[in-house]
Design a protein around this ligand. Structure first.
Ligand code: HEM
Length: 129
């Protein structure tokens, strides 16, 4: 089906749930990133990233219903994001993408996801050092 979204093509909600769950497991153990998350419980942050990614890739628009326009650059201003934090974030996301099996995420889908994450993470760097 040519009109199928990327979200549907890679397995929908279940795939994004697994991806973001793996990602936050890495964040929880990362000494650069963990101190940035103000809440003790990473669950709410996990849910926000999951809803955002589902919406971005053509799934349900729950993120904007609950949070409004994403405005990611603005929402990251409270956090000092240097190339160190960017690289730590991308490392966690690479681990998460690698944890998804090949049947769910083929090479092309993997490249699309990673390419997007690299672009998005670079755009959120807000401090040179
Ligand atoms: C929120 C850090 C990159 C999407 C947050 C929060 C932190 C953070 C500390 C607050 C946690 C919360 O309460 O939700 C970082 C760092 C990054 C990064 C250090 C490194 C570059 C990204 C990227 C994306 C993203 C690349 C998207 C692809 C989000 C979203 C939220 C969020 C959707 C929740 C916004 C809201 O609705 O309040 N990020 N982030 N972040 N981040 Fe990032």
């Amino acid at each position: 089906r040519p009109e199928q979204t990327f979200y549907d093509a890679v397995g929908g909600a279940e795939t994004f749930r697994r991806l973001v769950s793996h990602f936050y497991r890495e964040v929880a153990a990362d000494e650069i990133l963990r101190p940035l998350y103000p809440e003790q419980d990473l669950g709410p942050a996990e849910r926000r990233l999951r809803m955002f990614l589902e919406q971005y890739w053509g799934g349900p628009h729950t993120y904007s219903t609950e949070r409004g326009h994403p405005r990611l650059r603005m929402r990251h201003v409270p956090f000092r994001i240097t190339p160190i934090e960017r690289d730590a974030w991308l490392r966690c996301m690479h681990v998460a993408v690698d944890a998804i099996d090949r049947d769910t995420l083929d090479d092309q889908a993997r490249k699309r996801l990673i390419g997007y994450f690299e672009m998005a993470a670079a755009s959120l760097v807000n401090s040179p050092f």
